[in-house]
Ligand binder design. Structure first.
Ligand SMILES: Cc1cc2nc3c(=O)[nH]c(=O)nc-3n(C[C@H](O)[C@H](O)[C@H](O)COP(=O)(O)OP(=O)(O)OC[C@H]3O[C@@H](n4cnc5c(N)ncnc54)[C@H](O)[C@@H]3O)c2cc1C
Length: 447
């Protein structure tokens, strides 16, 4: 019997599985689809996610698929500069989400079980029973990472307050049979409210548009080549000819978040816990950070040495971060509305974002590097995590009893770094308190 079941083999579920496995747990990922999707939603990895993936040795397998290193991100398609950010990765990686997921999946010890849609969940004090693909599976815990339409959320009747969509955007992957002479077919930061066009591998292009026509058409209206042609011409002028539409979909700005990320022995992560307009490149990164926040806490809980409240601090820490992203994406959605008054607000905001301090604040938010938590003094730069999910104590002596949870290193310190890379002590009194707060009572030392 696995320690933890995970519903959903998207990037969030896969990285959660990776984190739990490296901490020594047995995990089984249950995925609805028979095979991995070939269709990427996200095309960008923010600096904080790049840091985390590099730290876990997952970046090397993603690198061959990187299409661009963009020196920034964007806030409702207003370019944001990352070049001065305090990180080894002051850029956004342009890479299709499918390659990120595949790189993580390739490193799992236990293969993902596919064709196994979760259809029922029961739990008691001892554990969970999950029905998937007609079979029953038992484990101590379930992580629901089954995406924005989460079945587990519905099965549990979990409150998911927020509001439905009002603004609509179209995302399409297509080929172009003609491009105007002089058009530079390259990745660049979006700069127009109405959308952007990016080249992908294999002669494909990604078109994202938020025009007036998209607001007029119903959410269930099929996306036609004609609509895309009109949108592209409005965006970049004449001379483009849309060829084959390989994939197209309408997305809205529905904005909702679970009231509670933990329901007994079921924990929600990624899009299953929060949905918003896909703008600013935030969702995938939120999900990956959920995974690394939850992984070590759930592992400590399963192993029996989690201090009181540690597992609940997953909700305590991550709910406010996603709530802030919902605020940001709602604001970005308004700035993108094709309306003269929204354009006026956009002009003002663009000017304000150009003020260096404001620019740095927005860059910290969008890049994910600005995330911090109560009791945490910041993220550790240049302290690689352990391969077994233990915390790291640098430049100080570890009191007896915590060696199974904390690895000691010499080097620049002192600092005590959680397995997800955040610093919880950096010298002075209080090391034992910090150890007890985050890593539990010391194990009885053997004599
Ligand atoms: C058009 C678009 C562009 C985007 N661009 C960006 C971007 O540039 N940057 C960024 O950070 N984010 C972006 N996002 C958001 C990002 O794609 C999502 O936030 C991300 O996919 C969330 O990952 P996840 O693993 O939580 O959920 P998902 O990727 O949705 O994965 C959920 C998985 O669960 C499976 N599943 C569903 N139901 C069940 C069930 N009952 N049982 C078992 N398995 C089930 C699904 O098949 C799927 O594999 C974009 C989103 C969209 C729509």
């Amino acid at each position: 019997m696995p320690d933890v079941l995970i519903a959903g083999a998207g990037p969030t579920g896969l990285l959660t599985a990776f984190e739990l496995e490296r901490a020594g747990l047995d995990v089984l990922v249950l995925e609805r689809d028979a095979r991995p999707t070939a269709q990427s939603k996200a095309l960008g990895l923010q600096p904080r996610s790049v840091e985390v993936l590099a730290d876990r040795g997952l970046l090397a397998a993603i690198e061959p698929h990187v299409e661009a290193r963009l020196p920034g991100g964007h806030f409702s398609n207003i370019p944001i500069d990352y070049t001065e950010l305090p990180t080894r990765f002051p850029y956004q990686l342009g890479v299709e989400q499918v390659h990120v997921a595949a790189a993580i999946e390739a490193r799992l010890r236990t293969p993902v079980l596919r064709d196994a849609a979760v259809t029922a969940v029961a739990q008691d004090d001892e554990g969970v029973t999950v029905t998937a693909g007609g079979q029953e599976y038992q484990a101590g815990w379930l992580v629901a990472a089954d995406g924005g339409h989460s079945t587990v959320r519905t099965l549990l009747g979990a409150a998911f307050p927020g509001r439905s969509a009002r603004i609509s955007l179209v995302v399409a992957d297509l080929t172009l049979t003609r491009k105007p002479g002089g058009y530079a077919d390259e990745w660049r930061l979006p700069s127009q409210a109405a959308g952007f066009l990016l080249p992908l591998s294999g002669g494909r292009h990604r078109l994202v548009v938020v025009g007036e026509e998209q607001q007029r058409l119903g959410r269930d209206e099929p996306v036609t080549a004609g609509e895309l042609q009109r949108a592209l011409t409005a965006l970049h002028g004449p001379g483009f000819e849309v060829g084959e539409v390989l994939w197209a979909s309408r997305f809205g700005d529905a904005s909702r978040q679970l009231e509670r990320y933990r329901h007994g022995r079921v924990l929600f992560a990624g899009d299953a816990a929060h949905i918003h307009l896909p703008v600013g490149g935030q969702g995938l990164n939120l999900g990956l950070q959920d995974a690394v926040n939850l992984g070590w806490k759930l592992a400590a809980q399963v192993r029996g040495h989690a201090p009181d409240g540690l597992l609940d601090s997953y909700h305590g820490e991550r709910h406010p971060v996603a709530a802030r992203v919902l605020v940001s994406t709602r604001a970005q959605a308004v700035l993108g509305v094709p309306d003269p008054d929204a354009a006026a607000v956009r002009e003002i905001v663009t000017g304000l974002i150009a003020v260096p301090e404001a620019h740095r604040t927005v860059a910290a938010e969008i890049s994910g590097l600005g995330v911090t938590y109560p009791g945490v003094s910041g993220r550790a730069v240049d302290v690689p995590s352990t391969s077994d999910g233990r915390a790291v104590l640098v430049g100080a002596d570890l009191p007896p009893g915590w060696a199974d949870r904390v690895e000691t290193r010499s080097g620049a310190g002192p600092q005590l770094v959680r397995p997800d890379g955040y610093v919880v002590w950096n010298g002075g009194p209080g090391l034992e308190d910090a150890l007890a707060t985050w890593f539990g009572e010391p194990a009885v030392a053997l004599v």
